[in-house]
Ligand binder design. Structure first.
Ligand code: GLY
Length: 336
């Protein structure tokens, strides 16, 4: 890590923006006005498995890669992990035994976005999302169209489900009534890059044994991910149905825009959804966020959500703030 920090310091004058979860931003601006100013990166992702993606994202940035390269290649690490049943080729299939992947990417500069949903057989859906953003006039491609586009762009294919997932699916199928669907844990990766801009990406195989064609929050801009270069970035994991109905990540960024810190913004979003939703606190939703000052934070609707944070000086897994039912107060009128 120190090598990375030295490498950033060598490259240019560094503006250090707060690397603590809370607290005021700290600017240390160097003397040499001719050198480009570089912000120290802050990389945040969902779950402990996100740490390996964060580390790769930092490596890419340290090598001089762009924020988008860092998001894409960082997420590749998780998409390549066949032990991960929630992301990439190792993902759990849908009810028909087919793995359908969702992903999106956003660039703060230009407020650009790309997304793919229910794409099959493509190893890196995050790359397909980036290609949609960079090579088309569209934001989202789905299903067979998304796959055909990805193949035309030369993206790698992969056999899925992997055999162990197929065996699990066969067991599930023969005994569906007794088998509860497994949890699913999306990777959302957001960062404040050395160029001072925000970038984000999200990738998942979605709800285990979902209906064929089901699309969750992860490829929905404002649902599973939102980036506003003037404010910050946010991403989500958990039950997509409970995020996408509320534009969850958009809400987080919106709370930050109105002055909330990242952790406050994540918690206020969870509370706002819990107050309105008939499920109350039983939502299985979690958010991460980073703001302009380099502050970061996360919150979930229950205990147990952890997230990964990486800077040039540390890379660690942290426990997110959790909603307490007393935090919700009176629940809104549409509870039934
Ligand atoms: N959050 C991922 C999904 O619900 O598909």
């Amino acid at each position: 890590m120190l090598t990375n920090r030295r490498s950033f310091l060598k490259q240019s004058t560094v503006i250090t923006v707060g690397t603590a979860a809370v607290g005021p931003s700290k600017l240390s601006i160097g003397e040499n006005k001719k050198m480009p100013k570089v912000v120290e990166p802050v990389i945040v992702s969902t779950w402990p498995f996100g740490k390996a993606s964060n580390d790769e994202a930092l490596r890419i940035l340290t090598m001089g890669g762009s924020g988008l390269d860092a998001i894409e290649k960082g997420i590749w690490i998780t998409e390549n992990d066949l032990g991960n049943g929630s992301v990439g080729a190792g993902g759990i299939p849908n009810a028909e035994g087919v793995v359908q992947l969702d992903a999106c990417i956003m660039s703060g500069p230009g407020h650009r976005a790309g997304s793919v949903a229910a794409i099959e057989g493509v190893r890196h859906p995050i790359s397909a999302a980036r290609k949609v953003m960079e090579k088309t006039k569209h934001v989202m491609l789905v299903g067979t169209g998304a796959k055909a586009f990805a193949l035309k762009e030369g993206l790698e294919t992969a056999q899925m489900p992997i055999e162990s997932r197929r065996q699990e699916w066969l067991k599930w199928k023969s005994n569906q009534e007794k088998n509860a669907a497994k949890n699913h844990d999306t990777i959302a990766l957001i960062l404040l890059a050395p160029d001072g801009h925000f970038y984000g990406g999200c990738s998942t195989s979605g709800w285990a044994y979902k209906l064929n064609g089901r699309v969750g929050d992860s490829p929905i801009i404002g649902g599973g991910l939102y980036v506003d270069d003037d404010v910050g970035a946010a991403g989500a994991t958990g039950l997509g149905e409970n995020v996408m109905r509320y534009c969850g990540s958009f809400q987080v960024v919106s709370f930050m825009q109105r002055g909330a810190s990242p952790v406050e913004a994540c918690m206020e979003t969870v509370k706002a959804i819990a107050r309105k939703d008939p499920k109350g606190a039983d939502l299985s939703i979690n958010f991460i966020a980073v703001d302009k000052q380099g502050r970061y934070g996360a919150a979930g609707s229950a205990e147990g959500f952890s997230y990964s944070v990486t800077t040039t000086t540390f890379s660690k897994v942290l426990s997110a703030a959790a909603l307490s039912s007393k935090d919700i107060g009176p629940v809104g009128g549409n509870r039934n």
